[in-house]
Design a protein. Structure first.
Ligand code: NDP
Length: 494
């Protein structure tokens, strides 16, 4: 059974001890003392930690070339390692390269004190499966547990590591194989599924990029962890990971939400690898919402109607696309008490989000006008609906209106984009209610102008939360805690 290890990187022994106690209370099976992160290292402190945590602790002195710190000890590495092998830690971490010539002697010493030896190797760059396999073989030959860590830049490298781990697990030799970095996080999530000896988790700050927080690691601990996530390109701005993590946590489910930053050409291979990655579902965002629709086995009504998918459910390799933006926007209108039957609405933008908004407004019985920077896209959007739609150029807008609702369905105002509202104040003035789909930042210039003009207005946060909750329910068959999601969103947007 995979053990959850909380990595303790405190700089003083007292703090390390305090953190280790808390980590164990919070569900860690073991703690790893990263002794290279202590400011000073001496025998008395080492013995004290071993005495307090003994079988529940791993003692690690990571060498600087493999990502370790440089504590003041005045002693050479070998002397410190000899100290670590004696006082009775459950495990001692030695390095295949740095400690090559001393590993066998140190292991004898460790065995005498009932410590098991982890032999580890941390690569600086991604290396292929055969090199990793050779390393695990070499480590297993001299240690009790073989450990290899390799940096991962792309999801398909993580898949290669997952496949290798699965084949290694069949040999029943205790091992740990980690893909480091955010793109490699899936290798950690699946530690239990892959029969790894340990799942190293962050206690406080990450000791290594891609580590899950201890709370998430404890949650996915078990034989059937699953992955849901966000697929898009340049998705760093998204707060979906925080929102869904909060919902998974509130429901106590053994799943983790991960970002998959992929190019269009990787979409199909990612979907085909879903089972190997234990992927149960995906959110889809810019720029893949439309492209992915043709790659799925089945589409739900709204997704089919709009030719745009923001949620994929994976079930035994079968992929079904949904558009929960439609649901999110509709529910948010209800929550705001906006009834738009026979009312006038202006939608600015003609992309995927605008399509979902127009679809809802038409179903509500609203009269809809669409304005967009490039007229041809607005025309194409209008053509895709059976109901009549009025396409208005941005220049013409000041002469039109008034509207009961103005919706910004462009990224104007979004973090990292032009902050200028997509329409001038003279247009905003003619709207009774302003709805900005942008949610990050929570208060855009458009919303500030609306507030100054005394107009009721909302950001896109409620739509985001409701579309997320629906996606969560589709993946898990469980209701999502909107309150937990809302708290997480607020925290993420602070
Ligand atoms: P798309 O890229 O599909 O479409 C963007 C649209 O905005 C295009 O019509 C584009 O015009 C227009 N546009 C882009 N930049 C500007 C600008 N600076 N000024 C005026 N128009 C501009 O994006 P989406 O439709 O998927 O998303 C649009 C926005 O909606 C994003 O900010 C997104 O975050 C938000 N959104 C919010 C959701 C929520 O739950 N709150 C859900 C989904 C989206 P052109 O055709 O000329 O390029």
């Amino acid at each position: 059974m995979t053990k959850v290890v909380a990595v303790i990187t405190a700089s003083t022994p007292g703090e390390a001890e305090r953190q280790a106690r808390t980590a164990i209370q919070r569900g860690a099976d073991l703690v790893e003392f990263r002794l290279d992160r202590l400011r000073d290292l001496n025998s008395a402190d080492i013995r004290k930690l071993a005495k307090s945590f003994g079988p529940r602790a791993i003692a690690t002195l990571r060498s600087p070339p493999e990502g370790g710190g440089r504590p003041r000890s005045g002693l050479p590495r070998l002397a410190v390692l000899r100290e670590l092998c004696q006082p009775g830690f459950g495990y001692v971490d030695l390095e295949l390269e740095a400690d090559a010539k001393d590993i066998r002697d140190l292991r004898v010493l460790a065995k005498r004190h009932r410590s098991r030896v982890i032999v580890s190797r941390h690569f600086e760059d991604f290396v292929g499966a055969s090199k990793i396999r050779d390393t695990l073989e070499a480590s297993a030959a001299v240690g009790d547990i073989a450990k290899a860590v390799v940096p991962i830049a792309h999801w398909y490298e993580a898949l290669e590591v997952v496949d290798l781990a699965r084949s290694w697990a069949a040999k029943s030799k205790p091992y740990v194989l980690i893909g480091m970095g955010p793109a490699g996080a899936v290798t950690r999530v699946l530690a239990g599924d892959l029969g790894q000896a340990f799942h190293y988790a962050a206690f406080g700050a990450e000791a290594a990029p891609g580590q899950l927080p201890l709370r998430s690691a404890v949650r996915v601990h078990g034989p059937e962890p699953f992955v849901v996530g966000l697929v898009g390109h340049r998705i760093g701005h998204s707060i979906s990971p925080q929102i869904h993590e909060a919902a998974l946590d509130a429901a106590g489910l053994p799943g983790v939400y991960l970002p998959f930053d992929v190019e269009a050409s990787d979409l199909e291979p990612l979907l085909q690898s879903a089972d190997r990655l234990r992927l149960r579902g995906l959110n889809v965002t810019i720029p893949h919402k439309e492209r992915i629709a043709s790659m799925l086995d089945e589409l739900d009504g709204d997704a089919e109607r709009l030719g745009a998918v923001n949620t994929v459910v994976v079930d035994g390799g079968w992929t079904k696309g949904f558009n929960t933006d439609v649901y999110g926007f509709r529910i948010s209108l209800r929550a705001l008490g906006l009834r738009l039957g026979e009312r006038d609405a202006l939608v600015v933008g003609a992309g995927g989000a605008a399509k979902a908004v127009v679809h809802v407004l038409l179903r509500e019985g609203a009269r809809v006008q669409v304005a967009n920077r490039s007229a041809s896209r607005a025309e194409a959007l209008a053509d895709s609906f059976d109901e009549p739609l009025d396409v208005v150029s941005l220049d013409e807008l000041p002469k039109r209106g008034p509207w009961d609702l103005l919706v910004n369905a462009t990224p104007a105002g979004m973090e990292g984009h032009d902050a200028t509202p997509p329409v001038p104040e003279s247009v905003i003035r003619k709207a009774a209610f302003v709805y900005d789909l942008v949610y990050n930042p929570p208060s855009t210039l458009l919303l500030q102008v609306a507030a100054r003009l005394g107009k009721p207005a909302t950001s896109g946060i409620e739509m985001l939360l409701h579309q997320a909750a629906k996606a969560f329910e589709l993946w898990t068959d469980r209701p999502a805690s909107i309150d937990a999601m809302r708290r997480a969103a607020k925290e993420a947007l602070r």
